[in-house]
Design a protein around this ligand. Structure first.
Ligand SMILES: NC(=O)c1ccc[n+]([C@@H]2O[C@H](COP(=O)([O-])OP(=O)(O)OC[C@H]3O[C@@H](n4cnc5c(N)ncnc54)[C@H](O)[C@@H]3O)[C@@H](O)[C@H]2O)c1
Length: 245
C-alpha cells in the first residue's frame, strides 16, 4: 500500500546500486525519507538526484565508526529522526578454495560485511533506543555456493555477517525448518524455540501456521518468523513490513 512508510526516516547503506538502490526506490515510493550511505559518492548523488527531496546522499564507508556516527547524525539533522536502518553495503571476497586462499581480501571483507553491519546496528540502535525504537534490516551475504568444487555441505548455513541465511546447492533439494535448527543446534518444537517456551507462534510470509514448525518444508525465499510471547501487530513478510513495524 503506497504511503506505508510515511513519516519514517531510513538509512540504506550501499544504496547507490543494486539491492540497495531498489530498496531506496521502494522506500521513497512508500513515502519514507531516505539517506543513501555509500562509498560510491557519485552513484549515491545520482540516485538521490533522481528521487527528489525525500532522499539525500552521504559518502560513507560502513567500516568506519566515525563515518557511521556522522551518517546517523545527518539523518537526524536532515529528516528529524531515524526509524529504519538497512545495513546492505557489501563486497565480495575471493571465493578461492580454502586450501588455495591467500586471504589477501579477508580483512576488508570482514571490515565491510561484518564490522560494517555491527557499526550500523550499534549507531542506529543508540539513537533508536532513546527515541521510541525502530527497525534494523541486514542484507545477508552470498558466498561459497559451488558444490562441484566442494565448498559446502548439502544443507549449510553461513554468513560473513552473522545473519542467518540458508542455502542449498541443488534446486530440488528440500529441507525442513527442523533440519535448519538442528544445524544451528537450537531446539525447536511446537512449544519451544531454544529455552523460550512462552506461547510459541510461527509464521511463513506473514501468515500464522499451525502444527509443528520442525516439519515445515522450506521454500525458496520464505520469510519465517518464530515468535515467543506477544506477537507484534504485523508479522514481517518483507523489508517493507519490517521497516513499517
Ligand atoms: N546480488 C546478489 O545476488 C546478492 C545475493 C546475496 C546477498 N547479496 C548482498 O546484498 C548486498 C547488496 O548487493 P548488490 O548485489 O546490490 O551489490 P552492489 O555491488 O550492486 O551494491 C553494493 C553497494 O555497496 C557499496 N559499498 C561497498 N563497500 C562499501 C562500504 N565500505 N561502505 C559503503 N558502501 C559500500 C557499493 O559501492 C555498492 O553501491 C551486498 O551486501 C551483497 O553481499 C547480494
Amino acid at each position: 500500500m503506497p504511503g506505508e512508510l510515511a513519516g519514517k526516516v531510513a538509512i540504506v547503506t550501499g544504496g547507490a546500486s543494486g539491492i540497495g538502490r531498489a530498496t531506496v526506490e521502494l522506500f521513497v515510493k512508500e513515502s519514507a525519507n531516505v539517506v543513501i550511505a555509500d562509498v560510491n559518492a557519485d552513484g549515491g548523488e545520482e540516485v538521490a538526484g533522481a528521487l527528489g527531496d525525500a532522499v539525500t546522499s552521504k559518502r560513507t564507508d560502513v567500516s568506519s565508526a566515525d563515518d557511521v556516527r556522522a551518517l546517523v547524525d545527518l539523518a537526524v539533522e536532515r529528516f528529524g529522526g531515524l526509524h529504519v536502518m538497512v545495513n546492505n553495503a557489501g563486497i565480495g571476497g575471493s571465493q578461492r578454495r580454502f586450501l588455495n586462499d591467500d586471504f589477501r581480501d579477508f580483512d576488508r571483507v570482514m571490515a565491510v560485511n561484518l564490522l560494517g553491519v555491527m557499526l550500523g546496528t550499534q549507531h542506529a540502535a543508540r539513537h533508536m533506543s532513546t527515541h521510541g525504537g525502530g527497525s534494523i534490516i541486514n542484507t545477508t551475504s552470498i558466498a561459497g555456493i559451488n558444490p562441484g568444487a566442494g565448498y559446502l555441505t548439502q544443507l549449510h548455513t553461513h554468513d560473513t555477517r552473522g545473519v542467518i541465511h540458508v542455502e542449498s546447492p541443488k534446486a530440488n533439494d528440500h529441507f525442513t525448518l527442523g533440519q535448519f535448527f538442528a544445524e544451528w543446534a537450537v531446539f525447536l518444537n511446537s512449544r519451544c524455540v531454544g529455552a523460550y517456551c512462552n506461547g510459541l507462534k510461527w509464521y511463513v510470509n506473514g501468515k500464522q501456521q499451525t502444527g509443528d514448525p520442525q516439519n515445515y518444508v522450506l521454500q525458496s525465499h520464505d520469510e519465517i518468523a518464530i515468535v515467543v510471547g506477544k506477537p507484534p501487530k504485523k508479522i514481517p513478510s518483507s523489508y517493507q513490513f519490517l521497516a513499517g513495524e
